[in-house]
Design a protein around this ligand. Structure first.
Ligand code: NAP
Length: 328
């Protein structure tokens, strides 16, 4: 059994705790939130009595690993503290709020031989695994371009919409959808050109880049256009990635549980593959993380594999601010 402590008691802490417990190899040994009542409520659900309003008290519960599910402004310091406690870390969000801190996390985790995994579950989902195999197998011919859209109706009352608390929309939202899975399929982009605006919720403390259109150029002249933002008109289909090749195209339309549909355009008729009911990506990621603690599996979102997501998000911000192309 692995002893897992949890920092945070919100929506995603619940999703990940369930996934970790589903491995059958996890005992939740402690929970900390900002408010004790919040930690205790979550503790009652999980049968965990060690609940705190100070994350540092989690060290008293002798965890093997810490699940960090907090707003991004506090995430960096909690992750670095957890590593200093010689705990493995599963991070609910992006690896860090900056490439600088991500680099620090990478170095310290290596020094202490710890597993650190960022929270992008896409790389564990059957839909993205299938898309990856099709691209690697040359099913679409030579890849020419990629088009993605990810609009999410953010709530300006939550920390997600706050620049300081979230680290900004590109880090919070675009690394998930869909920088992280696109990089898994086609590697790192070399150039980034982006524009951003802020038109719906404009209070100064809210995210600087509310809506972004970014163009990326990958190796072998693969072009990518990404639209993402926190303004999402109700009912508009706005959550997909299309890969266009010389011999066909692939539409990936993931849903929140990591299922969704994939449509292949090759012959006379498009072929639609439905991933409903397939393995849950959070469960698969939890299994990989727990197995990795004993060296029995490799994680897919290690610091080395995900620092690039943050670099792309930072390049998007720099490009939009300075009105220039950024070379990576
Ligand atoms: N993979 C995905 O699909 C996905 C989707 C959405 C979000 N996420 C990520 O999941 C993570 C958590 O997001 P969420 O939506 O669960 O957030 P949330 O519901 O707002 O919950 C945040 C939790 O953090 C606690 N907290 C705040 N400051 C703290 C501190 N200093 N020490 C300890 N706990 C503290 C809060 O405590 P109180 O309850 O006492 O206020 C709350 O329980 C984020 O990194 C986010 O990017 C991932």
């Amino acid at each position: 059994m692995k002893r897992i402590a949890i920092a945070g008691a919100g929506a995603m802490a619940r999703v990940r705790a369930r996934a970790l417990l589903s491995t059958g190899h996890v005992q939740i040994c402690g929970i900390a939130a900002r408010h004790l009542s919040s930690a205790q409520r979550f503790g009652a659900e999980l049968g965990c009595e060690q609940c705190f309003d100070d994350v540092h008290r989690l060290a008293d519960t002798r965890p093997d690993a810490i699940l960090v599910e907090v707003p991004h402004e506090t995430q960096d310091q909690i992750v670095l503290w957890a590593i200093d406690q010689h705990c493995h870390v599963l991070i609910g969000g992006s690896l860090a709020t900056s490439a600088e801190v991500a680099g620090l996390i990478e170095r310290r985790a290596q020094e202490h031989h710890l597993v650190v995994e960022a929270g992008y579950e896409a790389r564990y989902s059957p839909i993205w695994e299938t898309a990856r195999q099709m691209l690697a197998g040359g099913d679409l011919g030579r890849l020419v371009s990629i088009r993605s859209i990810a609009l999410w109706a953010g709530d300006p009352r939550t920390w997600y919409y706050h620049q300081h608390a979230s680290g900004g929309m590109p880090i919070t939202h675009m690394t998930y959808c869909f920088i992280n899975p696109i990089r898994w399929l086609v590697g790192d982009p070399r150039y980034v050109t982006a524009f951003a605006n802020k038109v719906h919720h404009t209070a100064p403390e809210l995210v600087n880049e509310e809506n972004v259109v970014a163009n990326l150029r990958f190796d072998q002249d693969v072009l990518c256009s990404m639209t993402a933002g926190f303004v999402a008109p109700r009912g508009l289909p706005a959550w997909s990635v299309t890969f266009i090749g010389t011999r066909g195209a692939l539409d990936v339309m993931p849903d929140e549980a990591g299922a969704g549909t994939l449509t292949v355009y090759q012959g006379e008729q498009p072929e639609r593959i439905d991933f409903a009911g397939q393995a849950n990506a959070f469960d698969a990621q939890a299994r990989a993380f727990i197995a990795a603690l004993d060296g029995q599996a490799e994680c897919r979102n290690t610091p080395g594999q995900t620092i690039g997501d943050i670099r792309v998000a930072e390049a998007i911000v720099t490009s939009a601010h300075e009105c220039r192309t950024v070379a990576l």
